[in-house]
Design a binder for this molecule. Structure first.
Ligand SMILES: Nc1ncnc2c1ncn2[C@@H]1O[C@H](COP(=O)(O)OP(=O)(O)OP(=O)(O)O)[C@@H](O)[C@H]1O
Length: 223
């Protein structure tokens, strides 16, 4: 099996001078292709910071980070931009654009990668059908429930068939049933597409979808 994410001795700090604060220390983590890994830990333990480093949303400071075979330690902005094109993101505040329809929101990552309009539209329709929103494609986000919006966010994250999907508290705003539906859907689609999932959650009700659970405490991974 290939390694999708490989991290050695990763440290991370916020602030400078007297305000400098270490938020991650000595992180070692390997995630194989196709694995579903859940990361838990108390508030402030560094989960979002680690996810944002793996997601190439900020630069590493020390240690080694390898994503999909590419060494991203001290990567340039351009390298991070290129690496991000292979990743899908599902965040708690689903960040749908309110002035675009559901279909247009899902087409957005494809348009950014210059997929022709017709192809993008067809791909959006297919994935929206897979998440059960075929009757809502021309709605605006304001007219959807929380669970439906989260399903649009999943469709948008998966439409470009990313090799890795990173999800930060994807069920936080959802009731028990919708939360469960959303993660089962992520699991099913990820299995079909063979992608790796790293999911941060406080939600004990969804732990069973993971192949493995890792726990962060005070910036350190517990083993
Ligand atoms: N941009 C920033 N500047 C300074 N400190 C930050 C910044 N972002 C996060 N922190 C601090 O770093 C620590 C880790 O934050 P992080 O958001 O990674 O934790 P978390 O485990 O995701 O927390 P939560 O579960 O509450 O989202 C916290 O003490 C937080 O206050």
């Amino acid at each position: 099996m290939n390694t999708a994410i490989s991290i050695q001795n990763l440290d991370h700090y916020y602030g400078q001078g007297q305000l400098k604060k270490q938020v991650l220390s000595g992180i070692n983590l390997n995630i194989q292709s196709g694995e579903i890994v859940i990361m838990t830990g108390p508030s402030g333990s560094g989960k979002t910071t680690l996810l944002s480093l793996i997601g190439c949303l900020r630069s590493t400071q020390s240690g080694t980070l390898n994503v999909l075979g590419q060494n991203l330690s001290n990567a340039s902005k351009l390298q991070l931009v290129q690496a991000r094109q292979q990743l899908g993101y599902i965040f708690q505040a689903h960040n749908l654009l309110e002035c675009l329809t559901v279909r247009e929101n899902v087409m957005m990552p494809l348009e950014l990668s210059e997929t022709p309009y017709k192809t993008a539209s067809t791909m959006a329709e297919e994935i929206l059908t897979a998440v059960g929103l075929e009757h809502r494609m021309d709605y605006y986000p304001a007219d959807l429930s929380g669970g439906q919006k989260q399903r649009v966010a999943i469709a948008r994250a998966l439409v470009s068939h990313p090799k890795i999907v990173l999800a930060d508290e994807p069920t936080a705003a959802l009731d028990k049933k919708s939360g469960r539906d959303v993660v089962e859907l992520m699991q099913k689609l990820a299995q079909e597409q063979g992608c790796t999932i790293l999911l941060v959650t406080h939600d004990n009700r969804i732990l069973d979808i993971a192949d493995r659970i890792v726990e962060l405490e005070d910036g350190k991974l517990l083993n």
